[in-house]
Structures are given as C-alpha cells and as structure tokens.
Design a protein around this ligand. Structure first.
Ligand code: NAD
Length: 363
C-alpha cells in the first residue's frame, strides 16, 4: 500500500478518535506516527497502531491524559504520564521543560509511567526547534525483556533508546542521534516478519542464545496470542558491551531516576509498553558564545563528512542525515505500508466503529 502522509494521518487520527482520544490528541499521535514513517522509522510509525488499539481495549493505555507534575524544584520537573499516549504526554512534558530551560538555562525533566513514547527523536526535534540541546535516556518496561545483555544468552533488557540532539546552524542541519541500544528496534523484526523476510546475521538469537536470522524468534513477544510461536529468542545489543552498558544506563537513568522503575523481575509486568525517560535540556547560550559555536558546528561537521568514503557511493553522514533523505523521498513519493500492517489497521478501525467506505474516502 503506497499512501501519502496526509491521507495516512487522516486515517490514523480518525481511528484514534474512535478509540476515545480528543481531536487534538488524535492529531498529535497521528502526526508523530506518520512522521516516524516519513523519516524512515517504520518500526515506530503507524505499524504501532494495532498494538495501541489492543492496549486501549485491555485498559492498559488511557486516552486524554495530561502529564501530572510529581515534583518541581528549581530546574527539575518530574512528571507521571498516567499510562497516557506517550506521544501526547511526552510532547506536553517536553514543552514545559523547554520553557523551564529557556528561563533557567538548564532543565532536568523526567517522565514515568507513560505509554510508548514512540520515536524519541521527536523530542530531540522539539528541543532543536527551540535552539536547545537535549539528552534523553529511556527504558521500556511492563513486559518481558527481549534484548540480550552482552555475553548473555537470553533477554534481560529491552531496546532502551538514547537520543542526543544538537541544533543546527544556517549552513548545517541539526545533528540528531536517535537509536535503540539493541542492534535493531523490535519493530524491525515485526516488519521483517510481516514481509516474510529474513534478518541479517547477528541481529537476533534463538531461545538458546544461538545466532539466527529468523525474525519469528521474536514472534512470542510481538504476537503472544499466536499459537505456533517458536520459543522466544532475543535481539542483540548494539556496539557489543558498549551498547549493553548504555542500555543498562537507560534503566538506571530513565527507569530509576524517573521513579518509574526498571525491567527487573520484581516489578509487575502487564504486557503493555511503558516508557520512562530522563531528559536533560541545555541552552547552549549559557555556556558558549553563539557565533563561535555555530562556526565550530559548521567546521566540525564538514571536516567529519569530508573523510573520503570507503565506498564512493556511500558518503560519510552525520546522525540525522538518513532521516532527512527519507523524509524528502517519502514526502514526494508516499509511504509504503506493508499488507499485514495495513490490514491490521483497517481491521482495528472497523472494530472501533469506522466502516471500510469511510476509511477509503480518507485515502
Ligand atoms: P537506526 O539504526 O536506523 O538509526 C540510529 C541513528 O543512527 C539515527 O540517529 C540515524 O540518523 C543514525 N544513522 C543511521 N545510519 C547512519 C549512517 N550511515 N551514518 C551516520 N549516522 C547514521 O535507528 P534504530 O536504532 O533502529 O531506532 C529506530 C527508532 O526506534 C528510533 O527513533 C528510536 O527512538 C526508536 N525506539 C523507541 C523505543 C521506545 O521504547 N520508545 C525503543 C527503541 C527504539
């Protein structure tokens, strides 16, 4: 299914509204999901919708939540997302933290107990828009772990993302590193399963910790209701022990310092997706002179990118470049939604009261 971003947004937003979200919330969540597709992160795009509808029906995700302030002290703001749509409560919490950073030069914001925050780069983009540097550590809980710790043979962590954002200059686009600490986000295994593709070597292991290229080893987590799932395998950490160490710090910073809790087995798991995030916001102007900083960014990024590429067809990129390329291409040509995902979305829309005809009219 090749579809333009605006049509996809209309459909997703209508389904979310049928699920009980206000118009504003439906649009915020739909914008976030479709933007993830636009910038190439299909793992965090509209393919998440079926999971959200399932969580709504299971009363593990609640529409129309406002993040509740739990602590406010100087530059610190701690929020509880109250199992609301992460894309909505996360956006509001970030907006408040950005304001705080503009006032104080620095802000430390945490949000706990938020349903899936989605593509963490979205919050990096929010701070970049305000000319603010941001650092985000996120853990993922409320379900069984499915990422190996380095050297282990079964899941003890989740895909715990980290995002680092630096505003650009008039000559240089922003640098936005937004990554899972596993080699791939779990949604990429879902995507491969839906498309009946195999994965590259080294991305997953089977239930005994043996290397595999079969995305089905993650099916027990992705589709627990399926009866013929093989025993659950795990995703591998990115950057070997370094990625595993960073993931552990997502638990410690994102999970622990937010008060949300970590993935350790003593914490109750309901089978949904809860994100806890620690965000540090810095107004670079309080530290360094702006024209000097801008010149440094321009010089550094061009020095970095001008390294002669090993493969002339693959120039050196900075984090954020691949997303910009995808966005340009997909805005022009549309977004491809795989058949399984598309059918699930339609089915969910209908289960909430939309008709096929209504959905078709929105394309
Ligand atoms: P990825 O591996 O595609 O990209 C990771 C980062 O590397 C990006 O910043 C990208 O710009 C950069 N990059 C990619 N290729 C590059 C190259 N050739 N040169 C330089 N930089 C390059 O992304 P991922 O790790 O699969 O994560 C996908 C998305 O999943 C992210 O948006 C992340 O926030 C999201 N995620 C969310 C959760 C959650 O619980 N909410 C969990 C895990 C991941």
């Amino acid at each position: 299914m090749l579809i333009q971003a605006e049509s996809l947004k209309r459909i997703v937003s209508a389904i979310l509204e049928k699920g009980g979200s206000s118009i504003t919330e439906s649009q915020v969540v739909a914008d976030h999901l479709v933007r993830a597709n636009l910038v190439g992160h299909d793992s965090h795009g509209v393919g998440m919708l079926p999971k959200y509808v399932k969580m709504l029906k299971a009363k593990l995700l609640f529409p129309n939540q406002e993040p509740e302030i739990m602590k406010k002290d100087g530059s610190i703001m701690m929020f509880d997302g109250k199992r609301g749509y992460g894309q909505a409560v996360g956006k509001i919490a970030m907006k408040k933290a950005i304001k705080k950073c503009q006032e104080n030069g620095l802000a430390l914001m945490t949000i706990r107990n938020s349903h899936h925050l989605g593509r963490i780069g979205t919050y990096g983009e929010q701070s970049i828009e305000a000319g603010i540097v941001s650092i985000h550590f996120v853990n993922v809980t409320d379900h069984s772990p499915y990422v190996l710790p380095y050297g282990g043979s079964d899941g003890r962590l989740a895909t715990n993302p980290i995002c680092l954002a630096m505003p650009g200059t008039k000559n240089t686009p922003p640098v936005l590193l937004d990554m899972a600490t596993s080699k791939i986000a779990i949604g990429k295994a879902r995507f491969a399963m839906n498309k009946k593709e195999i994965l590259e070597e080294g991305l997953v292991v089977d239930h005994k910790g043996r290397p595999s290229n079969n995305p089905e080893v993650m099916s027990g987590y992705l589709y627990p209701e399926k009866e013929d799932n093989p025993p659950l395998g795990a995703l591998t950490p990115s950057g070997e022990y370094k990625g595993s160490g960073l993931s552990l710090f997502c638990e410690l910073f994102g999970g622990l310092l937010s008060g949300g809790g970590t993935i350790q087995p003593g914490n109750k798991r309901h089978g949904s997706i809860i994100n806890n995030m620690l965000t540090l916001l810095i107004n670079p102007g309080i530290l360094v002179d702006n024209p000097w900083m801008q010149n440094e960014i321009d010089q550094l990024t061009s020095f970095y990118k001008n390294s002669p590429p090993v493969n002339p067809e693959q120039p050196v990129l900075v984090a954020g470049d691949p997303e910009r390329f995808h966005e340009k291409e997909r805005k022009l040509n549309g977004i491809t939604v795989d058949e399984t995902t598309w059918n699930q979305i339609i089915k969910d829309g209908c289960s909430l009261g939309l008709s096929h005809i209504e959905i078709k009219k929105m394309i």
